[in-house]
Design a protein around this ligand. Structure first.
Ligand SMILES: [Zn+2]
Ligand SMILES: [Zn+2]
Length: 339
């Protein structure tokens, strides 16, 4: 049986530049019905070292780090690490530091920008060939708010109505995600991050925006160490999807490939066999698109899609949802690999 858990990744507390401490953040997470939350303060894991990891009512707190060089670029999320990592100006060094701890390194807001004290800064990822990063934050909610407003009025609108600010992933980031998965034939985890600081939106509002849902075979047990391992295992396996709950609740999205005797979940890898069939179902109707090796090969409108898979390669599914007469980004599943 598959269990689904709704996660919020990329949150800042008063241990770096966030507005609230852990207790407040976790009470907001419970009110927002988040199952697990991964804190990633800049350049430190103080919350972990002080023993804050664990269950808070119905939400599990895990602590990683946002490695933040002093270069206005190359922010890198480090999950499942036990020692804080001092930032290097070289992305390669930060990737290696996470790998040495067998952590999960995720390129944060690869094209991200933000307005800091009235001035706009880009915080891009500058070196895609720096090494074997484990994942990409393909959708960053904060970037929807501050990253691409056309003018000050749109920025104010985005701040006042964060759930209506739906830019979604940048196509070049999705293309890069597909390209690296295909070119290197390795799993590159795609996650959604909120980048919550408790301002301009509240933590609680941000926690309902861009979530990362994981799928596990075992349920959570209330043992924080064991449950933390379930979260990290699912992320490492790519058994997860990005769901923008600010568009519509994404819970219940499923995408599987029946291949021979096996049923593959997202992130799965298998030899292609005759009759391999991909099945998608979405919690409510949308524009479902199947991507093969970076190209859209099939799309349909509805709450289900089925496709026979005849070619080896890298597949993923994305869903847009109709809002006010146009289709907006909503759900992004991780890749399947069929050899
Ligand atoms: Zn950042
Ligand atoms: Zn951040």
């Amino acid at each position: 049986m598959i269990h689904e858990y709704r996660g919020v990744i990329h949150v800042h507390s008063t241990f770096s530049d966030g507005r609230a401490g852990i207790d407040k953040i976790m009470s907001e997470a419970n009110r927002a019905e988040v199952d697990f939350l991964i804190l990633t303060d800049h350049n430190g894991i103080e919350a972990k070292l002080r023993g804050y990891e664990g269950w808070y009512d119905h939400c599990l707190l895990l602590v990683g780090e946002e490695i933040t060089p002093n270069t206005n670029a190359d922010h890198y999320l480090a999950l499942d690490i036990s020692t804080a990592i001092s930032p290097s100006d070289e992305p390669q060094a930060n990737i290696n530091a996470v790998r040495r701890q067998r952590g999960i390194g995720i390129i944060a807001h690869p094209t991200g920008g933000a307005i800091v004290q009235g001035e706009y800064f880009e915080y891009p990822w500058t070196d895609w060939d720096a090494g074997r990063f484990e994942g990409i934050e393909v959708w960053n909610h904060a970037y929807d708010i501050t990253g691409r407003p056309k003018n000050i009025f749109q920025l104010i609108f985005n701040i006042l109505f964060p759930r209506a600010a739906i830019s979604g992933p940048i196509q070049s980031v999705l293309d890069t995600w597909d390209l690296y998965s295909l070119k290197q034939s390795r799993r590159i985890l795609g996650v959604g991050g909120v980048d919550a600081h408790g301002w301009p939106g509240s933590y609680r509002a941000d926690f309902g925006t861009v979530c990362t849902y994981i799928l596990t075979e075992e349920p959570f047990s209330n043992d924080a160490v064991r449950d933390g391992a379930l979260v990290y295992d699912a992320l490492r396996a790519g058994r997860c999807f990005v769901g923008a709950d600010k568009v519509a609740k994404a819970s219940g999205f499923r995408c599987e490939v029946a291949c021979g005797e096996d049923t593959l979940q997202m992130g799965g890898r298998e030899r292609l066999s005759d009759g391999a069939c991909l099945q998608v179902c979405t919690p409510s109707p949308g524009l479902i698109r199947l991507i093969h090796n970076g190209d859209a090969i099939l799309e349909g409108i509805g709450a289900e899609l089925e496709a026979m898979l005849n070619c080896p390669g890298v597949y993923r599914v994305e869903v847009k949802r109709r809002v006010c007469g146009r289709y907006v980004p909503w759900i992004y599943g991780n890749h399947f690999f069929l050899a």
